[in-house]
Design a protein around this ligand. Sequence first.
Ligand code: ADP
Length: 163
Amino acid sequence: MSKVIYPGSFDPITKGHMNIIDQAGKVFEEVIIAVLQNSDKKQGMFTLDERVEIIKKVYENKQNIRVIKGSGATVDVARANNCQAIVRGIRSLTDYAQEVLLKQVNQDISNNQIQTVCFLADCCYQFISSSMVKEVFALNKDISSYVEPYVKKRMYEKRGGQK
Ligand code: ADP
C-alpha cells in the first residue's frame, strides 16, 4: 500500500494545505497528516492536540486521510507509520529553496530510506499561509476564503467568541 506522511505545523490547517492533501490523496492510497512542533515558530494559536482534533473533524468523511500528532524527526515518524515518503507543498521559490534543504537532510538522516515528494500549490492557493490567515483574523477581516468553516469557528471560539 502506498502511504505517505504530510508533516507540518498546521496552525491552523488552511485551504492551501488541503490543496496539497487533495493532490497527494489522488496519487497515494493513504495520506497521514502529522502535526509537529516547529521549533522555528513561536507558540501557536492552537495546541498540537487542538490542531489534530480540528483536522480530524475537517477530514471525518475521508477514509484515506489520517491525522496524528508526532514528535522528533519527521523521518522517524514516517518510519514508525510505515510511510515510504514525505509529502511537502511548494508555493514559491522561497518554499522551493527550503524544501530542497529539508529533502537533503531527511535523505541523509534516514540513510536514503525516506524519499520526499513535493506537490505544487494550485495558483489560487499560492499566497495562503497559516500566519497570513492569523494576521487577517487579528484584523477582524473575513477568512472564509482561506479556511474551512469549522476552522473559522474554532478560531472565533479561541478568541472568545466575539466577531
Ligand atoms: P512547517 O512548519 O513545516 O512549514 P506548515 O504548516 O507551515 O508547516 O506547512 C506544511 C507544508 O505545507 C510545507 O511544505 C508548506 O510549504 C506547505 N504549505 C503550506 N501552505 C501551503 C499552501 N498554501 N500551498 C501549498 N503548500 C503549502
